[in-house]
Design a protein around this ligand. Structure first.
Ligand SMILES: Cc1cc2nc3c(=O)[nH]c(=O)nc-3n(C[C@H](O)[C@H](O)[C@H](O)COP(=O)(O)OP(=O)(O)OC[C@H]3O[C@@H](n4cnc5c(N)ncnc54)[C@H](O)[C@@H]3O)c2cc1C
Length: 222
C-alpha cells in the first residue's frame, strides 16, 4: 500500500448547496488514471482518526467533490469546515479496474447516480484533455436540478459527448430501462450501492455484456 502524504487545501468551489469541490496540493503525488480514488485521513487533536474514500474528479490533479451527508462524520467537515491552507492526509491512488484509458477506442456509456458522477467526470475531462473523439454517453440520475454537479462544464458539452439528465424526484420515478441505450459500449456505473446494483441489472437486461460493465459503489444507498 502506498504511504500517507500530507495534503494542503488550496481552493474550493461550491457545486451545489450541499456539495463542494476541494483542490489539494500533494507534494510527491504519483499521478493517477481517471476513475481511481484515494483515501483521506483526518486526525483530531486527541489522536482520533477517521478515514474515507473519495474519487478523483480529474486526472490532472488532486481534486475531490464531496456530497455532504447531514449525519455524516467526515463529509460535513470537508464541505463546511475545512478552509484553504488546512491540511489532511491522503493515500493513493487506489483502484486499477474502474479506469478509462484514452487509447481505448470503444464507445463509452457512463451511468451516474448522485455523487457517482465524480469519477465519471474525470473520464470526460480526460477525454477532452487527450483530444480524442471516442463516443461518450453520460446518463446522470439525480434527485432534482439543484443537485447537479459541474453544471457549467456539462452545459458546454464536448462534441461527441451525449448527456442525458434524469431528475428522479421531479419526474417521480427512478432510473429505468428506457433511460439507457442498448449494448455496444464499455459501461462505467457509479453511485450509491443500491443505484449501482439496479443500473447494472438494467444494463444486463438490455443485453449489455456483463464483462463490459464496470461498477464503483460509494456505500449506503440514498
Ligand atoms: C470508492 C469510493 C469512492 C467514493 N467517492 C466519493 C465521492 O467522490 N464523493 C462523495 O461525496 N462520496 C464518495 N464516497 C463516499 C465517502 O467515502 C463517504 O462514505 C461519504 O462521504 C460519507 O462519509 P461521512 O463520514 O460523512 O458519513 P458517515 O459518518 O460514514 O455516515 C453517516 C450516515 O450516512 C450513511 N452513508 C455513508 N456513506 C454513504 C453514502 N456514500 N451514501 C449515502 N449514505 C451514506 C451511513 O450509513 C450513515 O447513516 C466514496 C466511497 C467509496 C467507497
Amino acid at each position: 500500500m502506498t504511504r500517507w502524504r500530507p495534503a494542503r487545501l488550496v481552493e474550493t468551489r461550491e457545486e451545489t448547496p450541499t456539495a463542494r469541490t476541494l483542490v489539494f496540493d500533494v507534494p510527491g503525488w504519483p499521478g493517477h488514471l481517471p476513475g481511481q480514488h484515494l483515501d483521506v485521513r483526518l486526525t483530531a487533536d486527541d489522536g482520533y482518526t477517521a478515514r474515507r474514500s473519495y474519487s478523483l474528479a480529474t486526472a490532472e490533479g488532486v481534486e475531490l467533490t464531496v456530497q455532504r451527508l447531514d449525519d455524516g462524520e467526515v463529509s460535513p467537515y470537508l464541505t463546511e469546515v475545512m478552509e484553504p491552507g488546512d491540511r489532511l492526509e491522503v493515500r493513493g491512488p487506489v483502484g486499477g479496474w474502474f479506469v478509462w484509458r484514452h487509447a481505448d477506442p470503444a464507445p463509452v456509456l457512463l451511468v451516474a447516480g448522485g455523487a457517482g458522477i465524480v469519477p465519471l467526470m474525470a473520464m470526460i475531462r480526460a477525454r477532452r484533455a487527450a483530444g480524442v473523439s471516442t463516443p461518450f454517453h453520460l446518463v446522470y440520475s439525480l434527485r432534482s436540478p439543484e443537485q447537479l454537479f459541474y453544471a457549467d462544464e456539462l452545459a458546454k458539452a464536448d462534441p461527441g459527448v451525449e448527456i442525458t439528465l434524469i431528475h428522479t424526484r421531479v419526474r417521480g420515478s427512478r432510473l429505468n430501462a428506457a433511460d439507457l441505450p442498448g449494448p455496444g459500449a464499455d459501461c462505467f456505473v457509479c453511485g450509491p450501492t443500491g443505484f449501482v446494483e439496479a443500473a447494472a441489472d438494467l444494463l444486463v437486461d438490455l443485453g449489455h455484456d456483463p464483462a463490459r460493465i464496470k461498477t464503483e459503489r460509494f456505500g449506503a444507498s440514498s
